[in-house]
Design a protein. Structure first.
Length: 129
């Protein structure tokens, strides 16, 4: 008998303006999201630290234009790939046409990694100003 697979719905995040940012849904846990942006300078936020447990993770496809990934504006503490991103409001650049993997590994600690279209690891994004 053929095996059936359960597929979570894909969460779409669309960035259309530098004045309007979007947030990756806490419901995207163990799921898949896509990000479409019309500028590499537009911003997508992680879910609030308080809204997701340690162990939360999600994979997403960054379409033809990259974007910037930030902590949620409601968070008062947090790091992305070891860099304090609250006091500095640093953001991690997510390159176009990459698979972005996001993991919450501690109460306010996030690790982000990227794979290129060939499935090869890309140097982890380093948050910057």
């Amino acid at each position: 008998m053929p095996q059936s697979y359960y597929q979570d719905p894909v969460t779409a995040v669309v960035l259309t303006s530098s004045a309007v940012s979007s947030t990756i849904s806490a419901d995207a846990h163990n799921g898949f999201f896509t990000i479409t942006s019309s500028s590499a300078n537009f911003v997508v936020h992680l879910p609030k630290n308080a809204d997701v447990p340690v162990g939360w993770h999600s994979d997403g496809w960054m379409t033809a234009t990259g974007c910037e990934l930030r902590l949620n504006t409601a968070d008062t503490a947090g790091t992305i790939n070891g860099v304090d991103c609250v006091s500095t409001r640093f953001e991690a650049p997510i390159a176009a046409t990459t698979l972005c993997r996001i993991y919450k590994v501690a109460s306010a600690t996030w690790i982000v990694e990227n794979l290129d279209e060939g499935g090869d690891d890309i140097t982890a994004p380093v948050p910057n100003a």
